[in-house]
Design a protein around this ligand. Structure first.
Ligand code: SF4
Length: 296
């Protein structure tokens, strides 16, 4: 696995407005991702919006947004409507987060100006922040989603070469009383979509205490098609004809494949327990909200 270069940059804004998703804002303390997942949709965004290549520009040159927590704090001070997703275009727990603490400092800003938040990560380093996450969880709705597309180590070494096992981290969050779920995404046709593979992932998620297990099939954005198909030719040449039939040069797999996969995951999910966290008593409003209501 090649080395990663980190470049410090300053940003002017932290929150991005989002349309058509279940959240209103996104936050990405980094740009690029050292976890190097070959199928990563964010590689495509990197090419589309930043005119970078989908390979090393994305996974070996990571931007460190050194002032993001300060900028976020100012933005949150001005507005706090809507909900936030952290880690939509990069993993918030990059290996070097241990040094820079960008995500941790953003979470600290959210504790002071809470808004409903979800975090998606493949980084076990998230457990370092359990103390801050618990504070945020006490003030607002918080879910940490662990992205676990597959638990077969041989496959993961090829598809997600920069990641580390993380279900122990999920268990620790659950033991701390937090909402932590598994996203089995993306499911890779011919690689991680067998009932056996999905069953192993669901069982491991359930044993770790995941509150939910959700899936989604692989989408191959136009920008990453060449990159991903080159990877398949090298590592899984036997599945290439299947992809040609399933995707027919498009972005999404055939509808009947999606339906079969849905059915497979439904069967698998039914074999294991995924307990939603019990509803908590209503939280008292933030002092600032009370002051605002009194002033009206
Ligand atoms: S961890 Fe997420 S953002 Fe990073 S490369 Fe993998 S899929 Fe992309």
């Amino acid at each position: 696995m090649g080395s990663v270069t980190y470049r410090e940059v300053e940003v002017k804004s932290a929150l991005n407005t989002v349309k058509g998703m279940p959240f209103d804002w996104s936050l990405n303390p980094w740009s690029g991702c050292a976890h190097k997942c070959v199928y990563c949709f964010a590689r495509a965004y990197h090419a589309r919006y930043r005119e970078k290549n989908v390979g090393s520009d994305f996974d070996s040159n990571v931007e460190v947004r050194v002032n993001i927590a300060d900028v976020l704090r100012k933005e949150l001070h001005r507005r706090r409507d809507g909900s936030l997703a952290i880690g939509t275009a990069t993993d918030p727990y990059q290996p070097i987060e241990g040094k820079y603490q960008l995500t941790r400092r953003c979470l600290e800003a959210l504790v002071d100006y809470p808004m409903p938040t979800s975090i998606v990560t493949k980084g076990p380093l998230v457990v370092r922040d359990i103390d801050v996450l618990k504070k945020l969880d006490e003030k607002t709705d918080l879910t940490v989603y662990f992205s676990v597309p597959c638990v077969d180590e041989e496959i993961v070494r090829k598809t997600d070469p920069g990641t580390a096992p993380r279900l122990r981290a999920l268990r620790m969050l659950r033991e701390a009383g937090m909402d932590a779920a598994v996203l089995c995404m993306p499911v890779l046709p011919g690689i991680s979509d067998s009932e056996e593979s999905l069953d192993e992932a669901a069982r491991a998620a359930s044993e770790a205490g995941a509150t939910a297990f959700r899936h989604r099939p692989l989408k191959i954005d136009v920008e990453i098609q060449q990159y991903y198909y080159d990877f398949l030719e090298t590592e899984f040449p036997v599945v290439v004809p299947r992809y040609a039939a399933l995707y027919q040069g498009g972005v999404h797999p055939a509808k009947n494949y999606e339906r079969e996969l849905e059915e497979r995951v439904r069967r698998v999910r039914a074999r294991y327990e995924f307990c939603e966290r019990p509803a908590r008593p209503a939280r008292p409003p933030e002092p600032e909200t009370v002051q605002l209501q009194l002033a009206i």
